[in-house]
Design a protein around this ligand. Structure first.
Ligand code: NDP
Length: 445
């Protein structure tokens, strides 16, 4: 990272104690040295220093009243990271671990992911340290309304279009949208992941998980392999995990694990998808409830042990840094030869070294999980046209986008001399698109 050392150190000094953000920036900058060499004009125009600094960061108080009548206070965030190629776009995460560092790592990743989709969307991310777990519907609604009461001033269909993420699903998007509409008297495409009768897109719910499998199938086929006949281990049991399971099974794989933040299940016969959907999407239960209907399955509350289950392909779909060096080594030792990241930054830098050293097929998050945001952009297009495409039309567009992303990142990796390194290809291809736009748009004096 010789040429970009000062960019990295300045970013650390300016953002002390933001570990997750530092990790995400380091991963990208480490891939960009040859780009800085090829483009001295980008260095002179300060593109590298500018891209690690968000255009705008908003932090605000969210006050709401719980079912006991007590006043609760949370913190809200929206980081508008980069608008060079389109309006800011990225989800809202509701989880007690949310802080500025987490939102900035997610927003930074989002810039390059969104660029890779080929669609005109910039990068942003937001959320709150609110914990949805155990809250009643009424509490969730009052929290979402209070969140939007501040957020609405900063977003808009041509400015910033938030979506879902951990803890923010269809129910939360509904409450947020209802409040936006009350405050502005406008029915516009200001959020994606909306309900199907009020502007949502068919296949948006499925898009991240399906897109992950489309991307990985392409990467596998390039090595004469396929999901068909493979054993797959998936972590998480939320939106991304469940629809990755659905598509992987449709492509002929046997998926044997799922997890939540309490533990994981292992079903050697293959996870019963309908049962898992009923538990997580309908009953809002815990993944261990699976054993009540399938007593032969196994449950463990040692979450990291999910990666000791033998598999051909691992799809981490829960959260950041869920696979460390030890887990990566166990995966490899037990026969895993491909990793597709459904979650954002689920692998520590040391785990990624293990993947690359052992020549695993490695689909990095910013390429492999871009299907969700790509379909959100398709929802924006449909809203602008006041028109809806069928499920099959959206799904076909999603599939083509994921195939194109695979081609783009593998070509960039080859052009920079390391054809199998899709992380290198994703970082370079995403960066080059945004850097070109920033350069063409000049520097503001
Ligand atoms: P959901 O809230 O629907 O599901 C998250 C799942 O991960 C749940 O099973 C949850 O368990 C588990 N989980 C969350 N935090 C932890 C933790 N600290 N340790 C262990 N398990 C945890 O979120 P999504 O499925 O939408 O998101 C999952 C990942 O995919 C995130 O990294 C997100 O940023 C990424 N992503 C999501 C996209 C989308 O379209 N939704 C798009 C691109 C990326 P529990 O129920 O116990 O909390």
């Amino acid at each position: 990272m010789n040429r970009l050392n000062s960019t990295y150190h300045q970013m650390i000094e300016r953002n002390p104690n933001e570990q997750e953000f530092h990790q995400a920036v380091l991963e990208v900058l480490e891939c960009l040295d040859p780009v800085a060499e090829q483009h001295p004009e980008w260095v002179r125009a300060g593109i590298f220093d500018r891209i690690v600094e968000p255009e705008r960061q908003v932090i605000f108080r969210i006050t709401w009243i719980d079912d006991q009548g007590r006043v609760q206070v949370n913190r809200g965030f929206r980081v508008q990271f980069n608008s060079a190629i389109g309006p800011y776009k990225g989800g809202l995460r509701l989880h007690p671990s949310v802080n500025l560092s987490v939102i900035k790592f997610l927003g930074f990743e989002q810039i390059f992911k969104n660029a890779l989709t080929g669609l005109p969307i910039g990068g942003g991310k937001g959320g709150s340290d609110f914990n949805p777990r155990g809250k009643s519907d009424g509490e969730i609604m009052r929290f979402c309304q209070s969140f939007m009461t501040e957020l609405y001033r900063h977003i808009g269909p041509d400015t910033d279009v938030p979506a879902g993420d951990i803890g923010t699903g269809a129910r939360e998007i509904g409450y947020l949208y209802g409040q936006y509409k009350r405050l502005t008297n406008q029915h516009t495409g200001v959020l994606t992941g909306k309900g199907l009768t009020w502007g949502g897109s068919l296949a948006r719910t499925e898009a991240t998980g399906y897109g992950l499998c489309y991307f990985m199938e392409e990467a596998l086929q390039a090595k004469n392999r396929s999901f068909n006949g493979s054993v797959v281990s998936i972590s998480g049991s939320g939106n991304v995990a469940l629809f990755a399971l659905e598509k992987a099974a449709e492509l002929g794989a046997k998926v044997v694990t799922l997890s939540d933040s309490d533990g994981y299940i292992y079903d050697p016969d293959g996870i019963d998808l309908d049962l898992a959907k009923q538990i997580k999407l309908v009953d809002r239960g815990r993944i261990r409830d699976y054993l009540e209907a399938r007593p032969k399955a196994q449950y463990s509350d040692v979450i990291a042990d999910i990666w000791t289950v033998p598999c051909d392909i691992a799809l981490p779909c829960a959260t950041q840094n869920e696979i460390d060096k030890t887990s990566a080594e166990k995966l490899v030792a037990n026969g895993c030869t491909a990793i597709g990241e459904g979650a954002n930054m689920p692998s520590t830098p040391e785990a990624v070294v293990v993947y690359l050293k052992n020549k695993l097929i490695y689909g990095p998050a910013k390429a492999a999980n871009a299907g969700g945001v790509a379909t959100s952009a398709l929802e924006m297009s449909q809203n602008s046209m006041r028109y809806s495409w069928s499920f099959d039309e959206v799904d076909a567009k999603l599939k083509q986008i994921m195939i194109d992303i695979y081609k783009t990142v593998s070509q960039a990796a080859a052009a920079y001399g390391d054809p199998d390194n899709l992380m290198l290809g994703a970082n370079i291809a995403g960066f080059e698109k945004v850097a070109t736009a920033m350069y063409q748009q000049g520097v503001a004096y």
